[in-house]
Design a protein around this ligand. Structure first.
Ligand code: ADP
Ligand code: MG
Length: 270
C-alpha cells in the first residue's frame, strides 16, 4: 500500500506509539507495543512500537544490529520479549503463544537461508509444504485433491517456477531457491508473511524480480520484509519503517525517511 493513512501516529524513538483504538477491530493486523528484548542486559529491542495494517506491504530497514531479525523472532514466538505486547488480528496476544501456535494462526516466516529439499523436485517441495513439515514422509504418499493441485499450479505461476516444476530444487539458482521457499510458505496461505533479507546474494535481475513477486503476493497477503538493498525497497513502493538500536527511528515513504536527518546520520549517510 503506497498511500498510508495520514492518521498514522507519528512514532518517535522515545515513546510508545499511541494505541490506534479506532482501527484495531478491522484494520490493524499486527501491533507491537513497547516491546523490549534484553540479552544479558543488552537491549536488542528497546520499547519497540509500530503497527502494520491488514493487506499492507511494509519494508523494515536499519543498520546491522538494529533489531530487525529480533523483531521477527518476537512476532514468530522464537524469542519471548522481556516486556511489551504483540497483538495480532485485534486481540490475540502473540507473546503468550509458542512458535507452532503462532504459525497455525497464519504467520509464515522466510529466513535468510533457503531451506528447500534439494533432492526433491520443485513440485514435490510445494506438495510437501502443503502437508506441513511435520508430515513429510506421510505427505510423499498422500493423494492430492484437484483443488490442491490447482493451488500448487497457482503458486508455481506466482513464483515464476512453472517451467522448473520437475527440476530438482538442488539444481535451482540461489534466487530461484528463495522463490521456491516463499512458494512453500504460500502453500500454507498465511495471513502475514515475514521475509528477512530476501535479496541477499541475489543478482540485480533476481532482486528486481523478487520485489515484483512480493508485490504480487501482497495482493492477497500482508507482507513485512526486511531488506538492505535500497533499489529493492524503492521497487516495493511501500511504507518504510527505519529501526535503530531496537526502536523506530523514522517511518514514512522511502523518500521521506531518506531525507530524515536522524536517518541520514545513523544509516544512509555512512
Ligand atoms: P539486525 O537483524 O537488525 O541486524 P538483530 O536483531 O539480529 O539485528 O540483532 C540485534 C542485536 O541483538 C545485535 O546487537 C545482536 O548482536 C544482538 N542479539 C541478537 N540475538 C542475540 C542473542 N541470541 N544473544 C545475544 N545477543 C543477541
Ligand atoms: Mg538480521
Amino acid at each position: 500500500m503506497s498511500a498510508h493513512p495520514a492518521t498514522t501516529p507519528v512514532t518517535s524513538g522515545s515513546e510508545a506509539a499511541p494505541r490506534p483504538h479506532w482501527r484495531l477491530a478491522s484494520e490493524t493486523l499486527l501491533y507491537l507495543n513497547g516491546v523490549t528484548v534484553s540479552f544479558d542486559g543488552f537491549k536488542a529491542l528497546n520499547s519497540l512500537s509500530f503497527y502494520v495494517l491488514e493487506r499492507e506491504l511494509r519494508a523494515i530497514i536499519g543498520p546491522n544490529g538494529a533489531g530487525k531479525t529480533t523483531m521477527m523472532d518476537v512476532v514468530t514466538g522464537k524469542t519471548r520479549p522481556t516486556a511489551g505486547e504483540v497483538s495480532f488480528n485485534g486481540d490475540i496476544d502473540l507473546t503468550r503463544l509458542d512458535e507452532a501456535a503462532i504459525a497455525n494462526l497464519g504467520i509464515g516466516r522466510k529466513f535468510q537461508k533457503p531451506t528447500v529439499f534439494d533432492s526433491h523436485s520443485v513440485y514435490d517441495n510445494l506438495e510437501l509444504a502443503l502437508a506441513g513439515n511435520r508430515a513429510v514422509l506421510r505427505s510423499l504418499f498422500f493423494r492430492l485433491s484437484g483443488e490442491q493441485r490447482d493451488r500448487i499450479d497457482e503458486v508455481l505461476a506466482t513464483i515464476a517456477l512453472a517451467p522448473q516444476r520437475a527440476t530438482l530444487a538442488g539444481a535451482l539458482s540461489h534466487g530461484q531457491k528463495q522463490w521456491l521457499e516463499i512458494g512453500m510458505l504460500l502453500m500454507q496461505d498465511p495471513e502475514l508473511l515475514l521475509v528477512d533479507e530476501p535479496a541477499a546474494g541475489m543478482t540485480d535481475a533476481e532482486t528486481a524480480q523478487t520485489a515484483e513477486l512480493l508485490k504480487e503476493i501482497n495482493k492477497r497477503h500482508t507482507v513485512v520484509v526486511v531488506e538492505h538493498d535500497m533499489a529493492f525497497v524503492r521497487a516495493l513502493d511501500c511504507h518504510v519503517t527505519v529501526l535503530h538500536e531496537g526502536r523506530v527511528l523514522a517511518e514514512g515513504s522511502l523518500d521521506s525517511v531518506q531525507s530524515n536527518h536522524d536517518v541520514i546520520e545513523v544509516y544512509l549517510g555512512r
